[in-house]
Each structure stands twice: as C-alpha cells, then as structure tokens.
Design a binder for this molecule. Structure first.
Ligand code: WT7
Length: 672
C-alpha cells in the first residue's frame, strides 16, 4: 500500500474540545439515539418537533406506514408559519436586536439584519406581494442573483403562504419560462442586472420575447440592482419602489404542516425538470434537527452558554437557487436562531482568497462549501489561505459530490490545520450527503464527535435507515460491493410529490424498490460500516456538484438547426468533477467543423443557461442504440473515456461502435 493509500484509509478525529460541548456527546450516544429514532420514529420526531412553534398543535406525528403509504403526512393538522419560526418568534422572545442574516456584497458592503430589521423588511416585501394580488397557495417565481432581496422575498412568500419557486440565476430565461409554466406562477421576481466580478451583467433583458409567452404571469416584479435601463415589459412593477412604500406590519399566515412551502426544480433522468415539492412542518423540523446536531453551533434555540451576541457564525457558500441555499443559508439556521452569512459574489474575485477573507471579516466559525470550490481554490496554494486569520473557525463541511482525497487532504491540512500521525486531529470536515428531494442531510458525520474517513459521508442521520440493494432488491451486506442506495423508511423532510405529477414521484423514487425511497445513487460500505457514495446510477450528470439531466442538455443541443440527434455523457474534469461530452449527429448535408461546434455550444448556453456547457463535442454519423431505440449510454461513456466497451451484441447497430471509437481516437487525449 502506498503512503497516500495508508493516509486515506486512516480515521481522522475532530478536535477533542468540540465533544465537551456537543449536543450528542459521543458515538455510543449517537448509536443509541439513532436506534431509537428508527425504531420509534414517531417518538423521536415528536421530541424534535418541540423546537418548532406551532400556532395550533399537531395531532399525529406521522400517518404513513412503510408498507402501504410510504411518505405519509407529518405533524397532521398542525398550524404554523416558517417565517414566524425563523424571525418573529425570536423578536417576541426579546432577541429583536440580535443579528440574524449577515449579507455581504461583492463591493464589501455588509448588511447585517437584526431579527427586528429582518421582520420589517420581510413584512414590507410580503405586503408588496399582496398588493400584486399574491395570496396563500399562489406560486411566485424568483429568478435573482445572490442579493439580500432574494432572502427577504423568499421569506416574504413563506410569511403569506405563497409558494416560491426559485430558479438559479445561472439558468437561462428559457428554463425560467418552463418552470413558470409548469407551476403556473403568477408573479416573476427578477433583477434588472447582476453584479459579477465588478461588472454589471444583463439579466432581465434575457426575458425579452420569452416572458411574453408565459400566460400565467400577471406581474413582473423588478428588483433594482444597478438601476441601469433594461428591457421594459408592460407587466413590469418596480418592486424596490413598491416595497419602500409598504407597511412593516404583516401577519404570518397560519399554514397547515402539509401545505407546500416551496417548489424547487431539479433534473431527472428523462424529460423536463421535476418540481420537487417541500411542505411546511416536516421540512422545517428536519432541517433544524440536522443542523443542530451535526454542526453544534450556538444559536438562540440553544446558546450553549454563549451570550446571544457571541453566537457562532455560520457560512454556507451555496447559491440560494439550489436546495443547499434554501435549507442551509435561510430556513434551518434562521429557525434555530443562528447568525447566517450570505455572500453575493464568487470565491475568486476580487482575489483568490475571498472566502477566507469573508471568514476573517465576519468571524465565521462554521464553514460549509462544495468539493468543486475546494478544488478550484487549492490550486492557488496555501498562501491564499494563510493570509487570513481563520482562528475562529471550528468546523468545515462539504456537500454535493464526493470529497475526494486530494481536496479532502488539502482542506484538512490547510484550512482545518489538522495534524498527521497515527491519530490525526483537527477541525472536522463534515461530509453531508443529501439531495434536493430529501430536504436535508441523510448521511453525515456529526462534526464534534464522528471519526472521519476521507471521501465517506460516514453514517446515517437520525430517522434515516439506509440500505444497499441489488437489482432484485435484496440486501447487500458485503463490504466494498457497489449497490443501489435506498432508504427503508421516510423522514419528515422528504419531498411529498412532484408538482402536478404524483405518478412521476412514485415511479421515480418509490417503485424500483418496493417500500423504499431510491436515491438514484450507487454506494458501498467498508468493513467498519462507513458509507461511500459511488455516483449516480442514472443519466444525471453532476457538473460542479450541480445536477444536469442528460435529456435536457440533449434537447438544447437538438434545438440547433444543424443538429439531427445527440447524446451526452459525463466526462472527468479536474475542477468540476465532471463535464459534458456530447455526441452530435448533424442534419444530412451539414459539414461538421470547429466553427459549428462553437456555435452549438453558444446555442446550448443560450437555451439552457451559461452553467450548461458541452465541453467536448464529437460529430458522429449514428449513435449506438438498443433494438427498442434507446441510446446505450454505457457504450458512449466507455468510448468517451477510451475504455473497455464491453459487450455490444444487444445493440441494433453494433457496426457504429467502431466508427465512434475511431472518431474518438482522432480527438486524442482530452484533459480538463
Ligand atoms: C446528488 C444530489 C443536496 C445538496 C447538493 C446536491 C450527490 C450530494 C454528496 C456527498 C457524494 C453527494 C449524489 C446525490 N451528492 N452530496 N456528500 N457525497 N455525493 O443536491 O443537486 O439534488 O444532487 O448529489 O449523487 O444524489 P442535488
């Protein structure tokens, strides 16, 4: 075994002082509580739900049953409001002047909101939405950069019971339209422009010609970021001006536990994106519970001996356009009464140490980012980190994809200041495994106590019972054996349905393995029971930790005039984890050249958003298909990687394979 292999397989320990104030004191206690949580989930979740203030108490914790109604209803007939739990209750308990959301702009502006100030801003935004006719149950689409208004308006929706559907700012206007249409949003909130790396970039103008085709939209609420002139549409409302005239008094709408809090679209294997539906009570309880135990930060719910003003400072670097931003920047930390940081910009502007500068400036104690960001930052070396005072940091974390050994080691050594040796000790790296669908973490190490294994998301969170299954649905208990990754019981934060398509929910997640939630991932355990995620078992491509559905990317490519057909697969990328490798069959008579490749890439980015970029395009006369006409992606992946292609006898057209192999050879070695 090489030195680095040995290093990789060691256990790494959290700094011992963390355990002294931990909410779960040690691994024995973790195991005991976990066992109780899966044996008596109703008892366990009833206890956890005490963290939430209900206007009307709930009747039953959970109505489901794992062999009949898998998901069930949680905290039935309880009435509550998420914004109330995030903001108002802290004001009512006398913490109105304490910091809540700390927003920092690219230009260093800091807007630190006390709970009272946040309440006022959210109430004004809520009244502004109401004045546009938005009522409980209406859908509001938010397409915004990481400006403070994004946080405020999402909380405003929660306050009045409107359902928000946030679309990542890096997606295209076309994708905004699809999402608006699918859930029939009444209002779209958009920024005039975006600030990126010191420059103003257009945003709203991209809607020209598209927003006119969204019949459900009654108003386009424009948030002024730069105030520069942009495309004007007859349904525009100056939302910044409207908010300024509103009263700061707006009651919180009592919502049923099972009322929808938000829809968030995510890519699936086939067809259009799925509107993942999260509800009010279960989502809130689950998010709070995971964050409280895993990170152990001091917060108003449990100050752990700190003065309110000296609470820990939580910084999650995600964009609110993804589930991580929803659950980990806004809802869970605020409901716990934490100080939560939201940053407008990118990690490398105006300099390569921006994240670490923010940690110093805002006194960050808990820092949560993605492996793709660590890979991008590690190439600038330790100097960029060491320039800053990170002495307040207690815990680090990652999410979105496997945190592989090189970036794990760098994070541990350079940011975590961990030791080497037989029993390495340092700032823990929390590896959290979850999905848009699952609300919050299902596999995760408890920062203060769990011994870590690099690349492993370790053990299940309370109430989650993971199982490894083979194709037939039989349990695989053999260590180091790849299997399908599923859960044999639900938890309160699990999605309830796909918006407008419950059958799709059932068929995607609950059908492959009866009475189980199937994640779509492969995983394995080692001899010690540590879980390792091995990647997607379906056609979802993870680029920089973000999910892209092959069908959507292909649809964007196919909409180019010169393209007859296409198929995409993941290809390794040193920064992004994977990138997109596209096989493109052109219309007859069209000549494939470099210029056309550039044009296709441009077209795809315009259709699907700048985040969607096929970095390799290979023209191919035909694609390998099964007799039923399905593209054989396994073969395409192998050809892209110039690996072993395996058996192609089941193909309808095995002869195309050699041509593709030859074509691929012409591209030579491709390294990102
Ligand atoms: C997919 C979900 C949930 C927030 C971000 C991504 C992969 C997620 C990990 C991890 C290995 C991970 C899985 C999962 N994934 N976290 N810690 N280790 N893989 O949310 O876009 O819904 O993607 O991300 O493949 O299924 P998402």
């Amino acid at each position: 075994m090489s030195e680095s292999d040995k290093e990789k397989q060691k256990l790494y320990y959290p700094s011992p002082e963390l355990a002294t104030t931990a909410r779960v004191k040690n691994m024995e206690e973790y195991k005991k509580i976990w066992k109780h949580s899966v044996e008596k989930p109703r008892e366990f979740w009833a206890e956890e739900a005490k963290m939430v203030d209900f206007f009307t108490p709930y009747k039953e914790v959970w109505t489901g049953s794992t062999d009949d109604d898998f998901v069930g209803k949680w905290f039935t007939e309880g009435k509550l409001n998420v914004a109330y739990n995030c903001i108002d209750r802290w004001v009512e308990k006398g913490f109105g002047d304490e910091e809540s959301l700390i927003w920092m702009g690219e230009d260093d502006t800091i807007k630190s909101y006390s709970f009272s100030q946040l309440k006022d801003e959210v109430s004004k935004a809520a009244n502004a939405l109401k004045s546009l006719g938005v009522k409980k149950g209406d859908r509001v689409c938010l397409w915004l950069p990481m400006i403070s208004e994004l946080a405020i308006i999402m909380l405003a929706c929660a306050r009045i019971g409107a359902i928000h559907s946030i679309v990542f700012g890096g997606f295209s206007a076309e994708s905004v339209k699809d999402r608006i249409d699918d859930s029939e949003c009444k209002v779209l909130v958009v920024a005039d422009e975006v600030k990126r790396a010191g420059k103003a970039k257009p945003m709203k103008i991209n809607l020209k010609g598209i927003i006119e085709q969204c019949p459900s939209i009654e108003h386009v609420a424009v948030v002024k970021v730069t105030g520069n002139p942009t495309y004007e549409y007859e349904k525009d409302v100056d939302f910044s001006a409207l908010m300024a005239t509103q009263s700061a008094d707006c009651p919180c709408e009592p919502m049923d536990s099972e009322d929808v809090l938000f829809i968030l679209y995510t890519s699936g294997t086939t067809g259009k994106p799925k509107g993942v539906v999260h509800t009010t009570g279960g989502y809130l309880v689950y998010g709070m519970s995971t964050n409280k135990y895993v990170w152990d930060y001091s917060c108003l719910l449990d100050l752990k001996g700190a003065e309110p003003k000296d609470r820990d400072v939580w910084y999650c670097t995600a964009d609110i356009g993804w589930i991580t931003g929803h659950t980990q920047i806004i809802y869970s930390p605020l409901a716990l009464g934490a100080k939560t940081v939201m940053y407008e910009g990118t990690p490398t502007w105006p300099h390569k140490g921006r994240f670490w500068e923010i940690c110093q400036k805002l006194g960050v104690t808990h820092f949560y980012t993605a492996p793709t960001a660590i890979r991008a930052l590690m190439k600038y070396g330790a100097e960029e980190v060491n320039k800053w005072d990170l002495s307040k940091l207690k815990m680090l974390g990652t999410v979105g994809e496997v945190c592989n050994w090189p970036e794990w080691k760098w994070y541990w050594d350079v940011v975590g200041k961990g030791t080497g040796g037989e029993k390495p000790v340092g700032r823990p790296i929390v590896d959290s495994y979850w999905q848009t669908e699952t609300g919050s973490y299902m596999m995760v190490n408890f920062g203060s106590i769990t011994p870590m294994k690099p690349g492993s998301c370790t053990f299940p969170f309370f109430g989650c019972n993971p199982v490894l299954l083979n194709e037939e649905g039989e349990k695989i208990n053999t260590p180091m054996t790849q299997a399908y990754f599923a859960y044999d019981m639900p938890w309160p934060g699990l999605m309830r349905t796909v918006w407008g398509d419950h059958d799709r929910f059932v068929s995607t997640y609950l059908t492959k393995f009866k009475n189980h939630y199937f994640t779509g991932d492969y995983a394995q355990i080692d001899e010690k029971g540590y879980y390792f995620i091995l990647g997607r078992s379906d056609d979802v491509i993870k680029v920089s930790g973000h999910r892209l559905g092959s069908a959507e990317v292909e649809a964007a490519i196919n909409s180019h005039d010169a393209v007859a057909e296409s198929a995409v697969c993941p290809y390794p990328h040193s920064m992004k984890g994977s990138t997109i490798f596209a096989y493109v069959t052109l219309m007859s008579g069209v000549e494939g050249n470099e210029e056309l490749k550039t044009d296709i890439v441009k077209h795809v980015r315009a259709m699907a958003g700048p985040a969607v970029k096929p970095e390799v395009i290979m023209f191919s006369d035909a694609l390998p298909k099964t007799r039923s006409g399905k593209i054989m992606r396994r073969v395409l992946k192998a050809i892209a990687l110039q690996g072993d292609i395996g058996n192609v006898m089941t193909l309808a057209n095995p002869e195309v394979v050699q041509a593709l192999v030859d074509e691929r050879a012409k591209l030579g070695e491709i390294k990102f």
